[in-house]
Design a protein around this ligand. Structure first.
Ligand SMILES: Cc1cc2nc3c(=O)[nH]c(=O)nc-3n(C[C@H](O)[C@H](O)[C@H](O)COP(=O)(O)OP(=O)(O)OC[C@H]3O[C@@H](n4cnc5c(N)ncnc54)[C@H](O)[C@@H]3O)c2cc1C
Length: 496
């Protein structure tokens, strides 16, 4: 039987990036994906001429010299993707019904724009920007410094993002504005660590972009790289078991009964799913209990919109709306008042930047709302589920219609997804949007590291380190550094 150097379970962004790094370095890699489509949360789907992104709406720091630009160069994707920079004067609009505020791109511009509204807070804004930048700069995989070996900023692990913002900003409205895009990390006032907020906000303030024509373009480039480096990709086969061999993982068993043998294994899936893949007793009870006890981030309900031709001018920004002055609604939204917030944005299409052809609206949805259908599968959940989704779509459209009164007349068709859709497409527990929730009150328990109790089994993806394109990219290097030298990898990225 062929024995691979590394078998990777799951071809989400994390698996694809590890597959790229390792196969480029000469490892014989086999990537196994349960779905026909690769990409996990980066999958797109098409309806009525629209290509909808599911989990990559915009990305960050792609200007020359910025962090993701350097990574994208290394992966050979930068010159192959069609990137559209969002509005530098306001890439995020944070809306509180009575007033809108803008996140401008570039630290100085960001500070000046908000300081015009809150002049007394200018120093606070400077302190805020300095600290989140310092946190990023302390991570070796952000600065590509070979001297630094920090993979995470230890000093901010047990500081809450909301507490930190309060400590530098006095005005309550401004505190909420700064955290106004916290849907990007399902922000929880009493749990979200400062380092998660810092990594995301700092890199988006540097620059924010949309990938035109769909995130599957990124997936396709990464997958063809792996093949060109001699790697193997198996689609449409779920890994159901891991067979142990002398205390190590020996083979991944596919649903069709095939054994894929490997020297090392990387799991790009929730660590909880690993526990079900090994024989009971393989892993210590304390480890299993800790993993089972990890809390996950809130799931999302998404409304995908197809616009009538020429009916909706393209908006080159994201619109975050809140129906109250407190933006920290993720962990305990009031279902009677659903949706308490939403993110509305258009998809970038290279053929036109004048009118939007498609867009999406995203808001939180707790798994309890769809629990009664948890034993059903996508496409076969019954009429009552379809009626539930349609009712939710209409409530959400009514809410969006308050800020965009003409929206219903602009729409030709709409589609929806719930946390159940995410659970079935990506395998996340209870359809969580971003996997394991990092909690500054329990920094070490909620921080999942790439090493597991099985010596040749490693984890990667959004559940370790931080989620999102940048977070998962950094995670993939942290994981690969278990098999290779980190300074060597840093040098390779820097030289790209
Ligand atoms: C609604 C939403 C919007 C988002 N928007 C953005 C955004 O605008 N910008 C941004 O940077 N990030 C965004 N994200 C987050 C980002 O998409 C994710 O953090 C990232 O893509 C996760 O990648 P991953 O590889 O860790 O996991 P996943 O994408 O979940 O990949 C896991 C893969 O493993 C496969 N798998 C699972 N079990 C098995 C098995 N047993 N055998 C084989 N394969 C298996 C799955 O099918 C999947 O392909 C968004 C997320 C959501 C939910």
């Amino acid at each position: 039987m062929e024995r691979f150097d590394v078998v990777i379970i799951g071809a989400g962004l994390g698996g694809l990036l590890c597959g790229n790094i390792l196969s480029k370095e000469g490892f014989r890699v086999c990537l196994i994906e349960k779905n026909h489509k690769l990409g996990g949360s980066l999958q797109t789907f098409g309806r009525k001429g629209c290509i909808f992104n599911t989990g990559l709406n915009y990305t960050e720091s792609l200007e020359d010299g910025q962090v993701l630009n350097q990574y994208f160069r290394y992966f050979g994707v930068l010159d192959k993707l069609k990137l559209q920079r969002l509005d530098a004067d306001g890439f995020e609009i944070i809306d509180f019904s009575d007033k809108q505020y803008r996140f401008a791109m570039g630290r100085e511009h960001f500070i000046e724009t908000l300081a015009r509204e809150f002049p007394a807070e200018k120093n606070g804004l400077k302190s805020y920007c300095k600290r989140i930048n310092d946190i990023c700069r302390s991570i070796s995989m952000y600065t590509f410094s070979e001297e630094q070996t920090n993979i995470i900023d230890n000093d901010s692990l047990n500081i809450g993002a909301a507490d930190f913002i309060k400590s530098v900003i006095s005005n309550n409205r401004l505190r909420n504005i700064i955290a106004g895009n916290n849907m990007l990390y399902a922000g929880s006032e009493n749990k979200t660590p400062l380092y998660v907020h810092a990594l995301i906000n700092n890199s988006f303030i540097e620059s924010a972009w949309r990938i035109a024509d769909g995130s599957h373009n990124l997936v396709n480039i990464l997958a063809s790289n792996i093949i060109s480096y001699g790697g193997t990709i198996i689609r449409n086969q779920k890994v159901s078991r891991l067979v142990m061999d002398k205390g190590k993982a020996g083979s991944a068993v596919l649903e069709n009964g095939e054994y894929i043998s490997g020297r090392n294994f990387i799991a790009n899936i929730h660590p909880d799913l690993i526990l079900d893949m090994v024989e009971p007793g393989t892993l210590r009870k304390t480890f299993c209990n800790r993993i089972r006890g990890l809390e996950d981030t809130m799931g999302m309900f998404t409304l995908y919109l197809v616009f009538k031709e020429g009916a909706c001018p393209y908006a080159n920004h994201n619109f975050y709306h809140f129906d109250q002055d407190n933006v920290w609604v993720a962990s305990d939204y009031d279902s009677a008042r659903w949706p308490q917030n939403y993110l509305y944005m258009h998809s970038a299409v290279s053929r036109s930047t004048e009118n939007a052809s498609c867009g999406s609206v995203i808001t939180y949805m707790d798994f309890s709302e769809v629990k009664k259908w948890e034993h059903t599968y996508t496409g076969d959940r019954g009429e009552d589920y379809l009626a539930f989704k349609d009712a939710k779509a209409n409530i959400l459209l009514d809410a969006v219609g308050k800020q965009f009164p003409g929206i219903r007349d602009q729409i030709a068709a709409y589609y929806t997804s719930t946390p159940l859709t995410w659970r079935d497409y990506t395998g996340t527990r209870a359809g969580s949007a971003y996997g394991v929730l990092k909690d500054y009150n329990r920094p070490l328990e909620s921080l999942v590291m790439p090493r597991t109790r099985i010596p040749n089994l490693y984890l990667t993806g959004q559940n370790i380190n931080v989620h999102g394109i940048l977070g998962v990219t950094i995670s993939s290097f942290i994981t690969c550094a278990e098999l290779m030298d980190l300074p060597y990898l840093i040098r390779k990225v820097k030289a790209s």
